[in-house]
Every structure is written in structure tokens, then in C-alpha cells.
Write a protein that binds this ligand. Structure first.
Ligand SMILES: Cc1cc2nc3c(=O)[nH]c(=O)nc-3n(C[C@H](O)[C@H](O)[C@H](O)COP(=O)(O)O)c2cc1C
Length: 392
């Protein structure tokens, strides 16, 4: 096992996160056998393995009811707190859905958790895509642009509450969705100026929020051109908002590392071949409320195929599928495009978090130490052609 502290000594290093399987069924909509569990005890093992292996972050999911399978779902903030209690260095990103949460509750909960954990909580503000979930719990279903406008206000309130000076008038805000009057939160979070705020999606609305109010813009799986276009667009928007230096980029990729590329591709084909067709079809129908519903159809899932949707955040498109060297090379290419964090998911969490830490992370660190991952033209020349091939 590589030593995490040694692996992670470079401050400009790429950061690594993994999706927490706090919903049942793993990270693929498939009937393939998976060594991945969704209960807390298993997740505490995965978190400990990730921490030992050099991962910096874990990302929880928020889901109030079944969708794409995911018949059981643990709540994200309490789950994040439980994982933080069982770890010492890992940062846990709690997913929060505006609507069920308001910014007062979220700011208070997360400030407390930041104290319990010694400053290791972060937040992912998700804007929702699942109409059935909202109507099932009596929440208004706003259209796409309005959902993101609400998330924008939510994030501004969160930041405002967390950073209002203790000796001032507190936080005051009059928006279309939220109102605050001289609100003073105490205690403030441990992390200064505040816990990191992630937010993602592919649509124009998500990009605008990424650029204007977030610390991190989360991208779903994509190909080379897709990532380049999104990063350039969000950077330009952030520059217009005077925030170019404040926005960092995170990308989702489903990882399958095997001894040979052929073996890894076979695993992908088995995952897709054993897809839970009914659940994928139901998911495909639900996500019409997401990106495809936007004016210019830039949103996530607008162009995804059946096989893409088997990983519900388009994670196969990123092509972290092959030998350890191939996957390390592609990760270095992502870094050269401006990616700061890679969000991973695996078929078999029981083994593959550690395997990734043992086999892939040291190769990435080695390449970074050699100065790789800085010259996009060079990295594209070495590895970029993989994204030209049609998806397996
Ligand atoms: C990394 C990441 C994590 C997400 N986690 C959740 C989640 O836990 N729950 C949820 O309902 N939506 C989640 N989403 C979905 C987004 O909020 C959004 O609905 C989706 O990305 C579609 O965005 P778009 O229409 O802007 O392209 C997540 C998105 C990303 C990129």
C-alpha cells in the first residue's frame, strides 16, 4: 500500500474523490454481481481504505426515493457525519437538495459537523432532476432554470451566513426564494472562510452557477471535446464574474482497471450487457426533466445513449477503463485540460478503491513529479485519440 502522506505531498497535485455508495445497487444500473454495499459498516471500510490509499474526498448522494433502482437510500448529511466520525483526514462532501433543505438548516447543520470533524465537511448543492421525487414529498417542481436560480440563491445565502462578521449586523438577504434578516450563526464553521461548495451539471444554468457562486464545478462524464468546451466556457463566465481564480474543476469517471485493456473492456461490456433495462428506461424517461428540457439542450443526459446511462452520471464516457498505465495516462491528460479533481466510482468497492490507490495513484503521482499534466497539446497527442473512438 502506498503511503498517502508521501503520495500527496505536492500542493499542485490532482485530487481524488470517490462516490459514496449510500444508495443500494452500486454506481451502475446493472444486474451484474457487485461487491459493493450501501450500509454504513461497509462504507466505513471503504472510507478507511480511501483515506489510506491517498483519496482526499468522498462524495455522498442525496435521494429521497427509489429511482434507477437505488431501492434504498441513506440520507446524505447524517451519512457524511457518520463517515467523518470514522475517519481522520478524508473530507466528506454532503449532498444537499434545495427544496427539502433551506439555507438556514444547511448552514447550521454543516457548521456543527465542521466542528465535530475538525474542519472536514464540504457540500454539493444539487439542483434535482427527478420530478417524481419532488412530487412524492410535496415539494414544488420548478422548471430547470428556476431550480438553478434557487440553487444560486441557496449558495449565496450559505456563503453569506457562514461569512457574516460576528461583530456586525448578521446576514440579511431578500431574494425570490429565501429571506434572512440580521441572522447571526454561531458557531461559525471551523474552515475559513467556509467549507467548500461544490455544484455541478452540464447545462448553461449549471455552468452559470459554477462560474458565479461555486468553489467547484462538477462535471459529469464526457469526452475530450466535451470537457474542453465546458472548462473553457465556465472559465470565461468566471472571468466575467471576476472569479476566475476561485473556481476549480472536478470530473466524474467510472474506473475499470484490469491487467489488460481487453479484460477491462469485457467488464464494461458485461456491466452494460446485464443492464437493468427497465430501470435504465425509467431513468431515461425521468431525466428528460433535466438537460434535454433546457432551451439549447446543453444539459446532462441530453445526448446520452442507453449504454451511457447504465452509469447514471455518464461515467463511462470519461474512459478510465483499461490497464493501470492507460488509466493513469488519461488522468494526466484530464489534469492538463484544467481538471483539479477526479471523482471515481467502481464496480467492486470492496477491492477496487484499494486497487486504485495501489496501482494507479502512484503512476499518476510519478507522472506529475516528472512535470507531466501541464501541456495539453502534448498530453492530447499521447493519449487523446482514445476519446475519438466510439464508446464500447
Ligand atoms: C458530481 C455530481 C453529483 C450529483 N449528485 C446528485 C445527488 O446526489 N442527487 C441528485 O438529485 N442529483 C445529483 N446530481 C445531479 C445534478 O444536480 C443535476 O441534476 C444533473 O447534473 C443535471 O444537470 P444539468 O441539467 O444542469 O445538466 C449530481 C450531479 C453531479 C455532476
Amino acid at each position: 500500500m502506498a503511503d498517502a502522506a508521501q503520495l500527496n505531498s505536492d500542493p499542485d497535485r490532482l485530487l481524488f474523490a470517490y462516490w459514496v455508495p449510500n444508495v443500494s445497487g452500486g454506481l451502475v444500473i446493472s444486474k451484474i454481481a457487485q461487491r459493493t454495499n450501501w450500509d454504513l459498516a461497509s462504507n466505513l471500510r471503504y472510507a478507511a481504505a480511501a483515506e489510506r490509499s491517498g483519496f482526499e474526498y468522498a462524495l455522498t448522494q442525496i435521494r429521497f426515493t427509489a429511482s434507477y433502482g437505488a431501492a434504498n437510500q441513506h440520507e446524505s448529511v447524517s451519512f457524511s457525519q457518520a463517515l467523518l466520525q470514522g475517519t481522520t483526514t478524508l473530507k466528506v462532501i454532503a449532498a444537499i437538495l434545495p427544496g427539502p433543505w433551506n439555507p438556514a438548516v444547511a448552514a447550521k447543520q454543516l457548521a456543527s459537523i465542521d466542528h465535530y470533524s475538525g474542519g472536514r465537511v464540504a457540500v454539493n448543492i444539487v439542483s434535482g432532476w427527478f420530478k417524481g421525487e419532488f412530487t412524492a414529498i410535496g415539494e414544488w417542481w420548478l422548471d430547470h432554470a428556476e431550480r438553478y436560480r434557487r440553487s444560486n440563491e441557496f449558495i449565496r445565502c450559505l456563503r453569506g451566513i457562514w461569512t457574516a462578521p460576528d461583530d456586525g449586523d448578521g446576514f440579511t438577504f431578500a431574494g425570490d426564494f429565501y429571506r434572512f434578516r440580521n441572522y447571526r450563526l454561531s458557531p461559525k464553521p471551523v474552515q475559513q472562510p467556509h467549507p467548500e461548495i461544490f455544484q455541478g451539471g452540464n447545462s448553461d444554468d449549471a455552468r452559470a452557477n459554477g462560474a458565479e457562486v461555486s468553489d467547484w464545478y462538477f462535471m459529469n462524464g464526457n469526452d475530450l471535446e466535451g470537457f474542453r468546451a465546458q472548462i473553457a466556457d465556465v472559465k470565461a463566465r468566471a472571468a466575467r464574474a471576476g472569479r476566475e481564480a476561485q473556481v476549480r474543476f472536478a470530473v466524474n469517471g467510472f474506473v475499470i482497471v484490469r491487467e489488460t485493456e481487453a479484460e477491462a473492456v469485457r467488464v464494461l461490456q458485461e456491466i452494460q450487457g446485464k443492464a437493468d433495462a427497465d430501470a435504465v428506461a425509467a431513468f431515461a424517461s425521468e431525466v428528460k426533466h433535466a438537460g434535454a428540457s433546457t432551451g439549447n439542450k446543453t444539459g446532462m443526459w441530453a445526448t446520452s445513449t442507453f449504454n451511457d446511462l447504465v452509469q447514471y452520471n455518464d461515467g463511462f464516457k470519461t474512459k478510465l477503463i483499461g490497464t493501470r498505465e492507460q488509466v493513469a495516462e488519461r488522468i494526466v491528460l484530464l489534469k492538463s485540460l484544467g481538471v483539479n479533481l477526479v471523482l471515481t466510482a467502481f464496480l467492486h468497492y470492496e477491492d477496487e478503491i484499494e486497487q486504485f490507490g495501489r496501482e494507479v495513484l502512484p503512476l499518476v503521482r510519478q507522472r506529475e513529479a516528472e512535470g507531466r499534466g501541464k501541456d495539453a497539446a502534448l498530453e492530447i497527442e499521447r493519449t487523446g485519440d482514445v476519446y475519438q473512438k466510439p464508446a464500447s
